[in-house]
Design a protein around this ligand. Structure first.
Ligand code: ATP
Ligand code: MG
Length: 416
C-alpha cells in the first residue's frame, strides 16, 4: 500500500473522526502533490460526518462555508478545512450547483471533483482511494476530466480554465477528449465572473510555465476574456516574448506588462494606445489599482529609450518620477532579448540622485508662495512660470537656487 506522510494535525483530525465512527480522508490537491513528491500548500479533509457533527467533535472550529458543508478546524494555530462528503445538484447557471446535498459515500464525493489527479483521497486505513485513474494520469502527465468531460465543463465552465492552470502548474498535457470538450465549450466562459477568470489566469501566468497561457488561446478562451491578446497571437508567427516569460520573476506586474508589450509590438501600437488598452482590460478583469496603475505606467513609457546623459535623463525623470524610473529600468532589463547595456543609464540615474538634482516642481528651490509674494498671479501664470523654471533647471541643475529662480521668474514675467 502506497503511504503518504500526513502532518500530525491531519492525522489527528482523521483519527479523531474515525474514533467517533465516521470516515475521514485527506483529499484533492494535497494527495496529488504528495504523490508527486511535492509539499502540499494546504491539507483538505473530507468526511462522512455532517458539519454539526464535526463541530461537536472539535472544540475550535470556524464556520467557513457551512452551506457547502465546510468547517475549518483549528489545530495548533493552523486551520484545516473539513468538508462533508457532498454531491452537487444540477448546475443550471453553468457556475454554481443549484444545491449541494450530503452523502455517506466517499465515491460520490470524488465523482463531483474536476480532474482525476484532483479526485483521490487518502487515509492510513485505506491507503489511496483512486477511482478514476488519477495515479496513472499523474504518471503519464495528463490532466483528464472525471467522467464525461463535456458534461463536466457544461456544469461549470471555470473548469476549462482550471484545466489550463493545472497543465501549467504541473507541466502536464491535456488528455485528448478533455481538450476537445474544453475547446468546444469555451464560449460558455461568458458565464464565469471576471474575478474568477482573473484568478485562474494569474495562477497560470505566475506558474513555472507561464508560456502555457497559450493554451487559453488553443482552447478558444482568450477570445472571451482577453480578445486583444487573442488577436495579437493570431498572426501565426512564434510568440517569442510569451515563450520567454518563464525567465521573469513570478510577479504579476512584470509578467502582465510583458504580455501587454507583446500586444503593443504585434499591433504596432503607440505607447499611449497600449496604455489605454491595458487600462481597459485590467479594469474589465477587476485588477487591484496598484497592479493596473503600475502596468499602465510601464506601458506609457514603453516606447522611450533610457538615456545615459544626465540632461536627457532628468527630462525623463520629470515624467516618470524618481520612484518610477527604477521600475522602468528593471522591466527593460527583463524584456531585453540580448545583452543590452543598461548600466550606463543606471549609473547616470545614480549620479542624478547623488547630486540631488531637481526633476520635479516639488524639488525646485522656490515654491508657489515665494512666487506669489513677488507678484506672480495665482492660477495660470503661476503654473506657467513653475513649469518654465523646472524646464530651465532640468537643463541646468546649477540654477536651482532661490535667488537664481526668482531672477529667472522676473525675466519670464517681463517677457510675457
Ligand atoms: P491548489 O494547490 O492550487 O490549492 P487544489 O487541487 O487544492 O490546488 P483547489 O482549487 O484548492 O485546488 O480545490 C480543491 C479541490 O476541490 C480540488 O483538488 C478538486 O478536487 C475540487 N475542486 C475545486 N474546484 C472545483 C471545481 N470547479 N469543480 C470540481 N471540483 C473542484
Ligand atoms: Mg487547495
Amino acid at each position: 500500500m502506497q503511504r503518504i506522510h500526513l502532518p500530525d494535525e491531519v492525522r489527528t483530525i482523521i483519527e479523531t473522526l474515525e474514533k467517533r465512527g465516521y470516515e475521514a480522508y485527506a483529499v484533492g490537491g494535497c494527495v496529488r502533490d504528495s504523490v508527486l513528491g511535492k509539499t502540499p500548500k494546504d491539507w483538505d479533509i473530507t468526511t462522512s460526518a455532517k458539519p454539526e457533527e464535526v463541530k461537536a467533535v472539535f472544540p475550535r472550529c470556524i464556520d467557513t462555508g457551512i452551506q457547502h458543508g465546510t468547517v475549518t478546524v483549528m489545530l495548533n494555530g493552523t486551520g484545516y478545512e473539513v468538508t462533508t462528503f457532498r454531491v452537487d445538484g444540477s448546475y443550471s447557471d453553468g457556475r454554481h450547483p443549484d444545491s449541494v446535498s450530503f452523502t455517506g459515500l466517499l465515491s460520490e464525493d470524488l465523482k463531483r471533483r474536476d480532474f482525476t489527479i484532483n479526485a483521490m483521497a487518502y487515509n492510513e486505513r485505506s491507503g489511496i482511494t483512486d477511482l478514476f485513474g488519477g495515479i496513472r494520469d499523474l504518471e503519464r502527465g495528463l490532466v483528464r476530466a472525471v467522467g464525461n468531460p463535456a458534461e463536466r465543463f457544461t456544469e461549470d465552465a471555470l473548469r476549462i480554465l482550471r484545466l489550463v492552470r493545472f497543465s501549467a502548474r504541473l507541466d502536464f498535457d491535456m488528455e485528448e477528449e478533455t481538450f476537445r470538450a474544453a475547446r468546444a465549450l469555451s464560449p460558455r466562459l461568458f458565464l464565469v465572473s471576471a474575478e474568477r477568470i482573473r484568478d485562474e489566469w494569474m495562477k497560470t501566468l505566475l506558474s513555472d510555465h507561464p508560456e502555457k497561457i497559450l493554451l487559453f488561446e488553443e482552447l478558444g478562451a482568450l477570445r472571451i476574456f482577453f480578445p486583444e491578446l487573442s488577436e495579437a497571437l493570431s498572426g501565426g508567427k512564434s510568440p517569442d516574448p510569451i515563450l520567454r516569460l518563464s525567465s521573469f520573476p513570478a510577479d504579476g506586474v512584470p509578467r502582465l506588462a510583458a504580455v501587454f508589450d507583446f500586444i503593443r509590438q504585434e499591433g504596432k501600437l503607440s505607447a499611449a494606445s497600449a496604455k489605454t488598452l491595458a487600462d481597459r482590460r485590467l479594469r474589465a478583469l477587476k485588477y487591484d489599482n496598484h497592479t493596473r496603475e503600475t502596468v499602465c505606467f510601464l506601458m506609457a513609457f514603453s516606447d522611450r529609450s533610457l538615456p545615459a546623459s544626465p540632461k536627457e535623463l532628468r527630462s525623463l525623470l520629470s515624467e516618470t518620477g524618481k520612484d518610477g524610473f527604477p521600475l522602468l529600468l528593471s522591466f527593460r532589463r527583463l524584456l531585453a532579448e540580448e545583452e543590452t547595456d543598461f548600466d550606463a543609464a543606471e549609473r547616470c540615474f545614480q549620479g542624478v540622485l547623488d547630486r540631488q538634482e531637481c526633476t520635479s516642481v516639488r524639488e525646485l528651490a522656490v515654491n508657489g508662495n515665494d512666487l506669489l509674494s513677488c507678484g506672480v498671479k495665482p492660477g495660470k501664470e503661476l503654473g506657467k512660470i513653475l513649469k518654465a523654471l523646472l524646464l530651465a533647471v532640468l537643463e541646468d541643475p546649477g540654477l536651482n537656487t532661490k535667488e537664481a529662480l526668482l531672477t529667472r521668474a522676473a525675466e519670464l514675467r517681463a517677457d510675457s
